[in-house]
Design a protein around this ligand. Structure first.
Ligand code: SAH
Ligand code: SF4
Length: 345
C-alpha cells in the first residue's frame, strides 16, 4: 500500500520513500488515483491555457542538453522584433487566452528597457505575463516585477548539485537556487521544475527534485523528459520515459497541492497522448506554442518538437480538445495559484 502520509503535506519530503516509489511500479495505480484526488480537492477540474511566444533562440549559455546552446553552430538563429512580439501577444489575447509567456534563450541583446517596454505594452491587453528568459540580474527581476510581470519560469533542471554542475558550464545549483528564491521573495509566481532521464540521474535524484519544489514552495512546476538533441554533446544518451515523467507529475501534485503544473510539450513529443496523460496524472496547465513562422521550427530545444507547423487557431483549439479528452474543463480565468486551504484527505 502507498503510504500517503509520507508524501503528502509534510514540511519536508521523505526523499528515501519518494525514491522508492519511483524505483518500482507497484504503487503506480495508487499514485495516479491519489494525485487525482489531490488535484480535485486543491485545484479542481480547471485547466489553464498559457500562450507561449519563443521570441529568440540566441543563447549565451551552453547547457549540455539543449539545442539552443551557444556552441550549436548548426542552428539558424532568430530574434523577433519588439513589435512582432507584441503582435503575437495581441493574437493570444484575441483567442481569450489569459496568460502570455515570453520565453527565449539567455539573450542579453534584449535590454532591461526592451523587456520593460514589452511588459508595459502587453499588460494593456489584460493578460498575465510570465517571463522565462533564463538567469538575468536581480535588479532586472525587480524592475520587471514592479512593472507588472506576474510570473517567472526558470526550471531548476536537477536538484543534484554534481549533475547540475556537469550539465551547466560556469553555473551551479547554488546560483540557480539563489535566483529562484529571490524571484519568490520579489513576489513573482515562481516556476521551477526538472527534466527526467538526464544522464546518470537516479531515482534518488528525482526525489530530490520533488523535495526541492516543496522547499521552494514552487508556484509552477514544469516536468518533462530529457530528449537527446543530435547537435549537442548528449546526442547519444537515452532520454526520459513517459511513465517516470507521469509519476513525477503526480508526486509534484501531491507534494505541492496548489501548484500550477503543465502537461509539457516535451511530454507530448515523446508520446502522442503525452499531454493528455499528463493532465490525467495531476497536471492542470497546457501551453500552446504561439511562436510565428518562419521562426517556430528553429526554437529546437530538442528534436521532434510537436506543433512546429504554425496554425494558431488550430493550436488554440487542439489544446482545448486535449483538456476535454482528459475529462477536465477549460479555465477562463488568469490561472493564478490558488490559495492553500488545508483539506484532510
Ligand atoms: N533559456 C531559458 C528558457 C528556455 S529553455 C531557460 O533555460 O530557462 C526551457 C527549458 O527547456 C529548459 O528549462 C529545459 O528544461 C528544457 N530543455 C532544454 N533542452 C531540452 C532537451 N534536450 N530535452 C528536454 N527539455 C529540454
Ligand atoms: Fe540556453 Fe535555456 Fe537552452 Fe540553457 S536551456 S542553453 S539557458 S536556452
Amino acid at each position: 500500500m502507498l503510504e500517503k502520509d509520507r508524501i503528502f503535506n509534510f514540511e519536508k519530503i521523505d526523499v528515501e520513500y519518494v525514491a522508492h516509489i519511483l524505483s518500482t511500479d507497484k504503487y503506480d495505480q495508487e499514485l495516479f488515483e491519489f494525485a487525482n484526488e489531490v488535484r480535485e480537492k486543491y485545484v479542481g477540474k480547471q485547466v489553464h491555457i498559457r500562450g507561449i511566444i519563443e521570441f529568440s533562440n540566441y543563447c549565451v549559455q551552453n547547457c549540455l542538453y539543449c539545442g539552443l546552446r551557444r556552441d550549436n553552430k548548426k542552428l539558424t538563429r532568430y530574434r523577433m522584433s519588439l513589435q512582432e512580439i507584441i503582435d503575437r501577444a495581441k493574437l493570444i489575447a484575441s483567442f481569450g487566452i489569459k496568460t502570455v509567456v515570453l520565453q527565449s534563450g539567455e539573450d542579453f541583446s534584449y535590454t532591461t528597457d526592451d523587456i520593460s517596454y514589452l511588459i508595459r505594452e502587453i499588460k494593456k491587453l489584460n493578460v498575465a505575463i510570465t517571463l522565462s528568459l533564463g538567469e538575468r540580474s536581480f535588479e532586472e527581476y525587480k524592475v520587471w516585477k514592479e512593472l507588472g510581470a506576474d510570473r517567472y519560469l526558470m526550471r531548476h533542471e536537477t536538484a543534484n548539485p554534481q549533475l547540475y554542475a556537469a550539465l551547466h558550464p560556469n553555473d551551479s545549483f547554488e546560483i540557480r537556487k539563489s535566483h529562484l528564491f529571490y524571484l519568490k521573495k520579489l513576489g513573482y509566481e515562481t516556476g521551477a521544475g526538472s527534466m527526467v532521464g538526464l544522464p546518470g540521474q537516479t531515482p534518488y535524484d528525482l526525489a530530490l527534485d520533488i523535495a526541492f519544489v516543496k522547499e521552494l514552495d514552487a508556484d509552477m512546476i514544469g516536468i518533462g523528459p530529457f530528449i537527446p538533441h543530435p547537435d549537442t554533446p548528449l546526442a547519444n544518451e537515452k532520454g526520459g520515459d513517459l511513465k517516470t515523467c507521469l509519476k513525477m507529475i503526480a508526486l509534484a501534485r501531491i507534494a505541492v497541492p496548489t501548484a500550477n503544473i503543465p502537461a509539457t510539450t516535451a511530454l507530448g513529443t515523446i508520446n502522442p497522448f503525452g499531454r493528455e496523460l499528463g493532465l490525467k496524472w495531476g497536471a492542470n496547465v497546457i501551453m500552446p506554442n504561439m511562436t510565428p513562422n518562419p521562426y517556430r521550427p528553429n526554437y529546437s530545444l530538442y528534436p521532434g518538437k510537436i506543433c512546429v507547423f504554425e496554425n494558431d487557431t488550430a493550436c488554440a483549439n487542439c489544446v482545448k480538445q486535449i483538456i476535454k479528452r482528459a475529462g477536465l474543463i477549460v479555465s477562463d480565468d488568469y490561472g493564478y495559484r490558488k490559495k492553500e486551504v488545508v483539506i484532510a484527505l
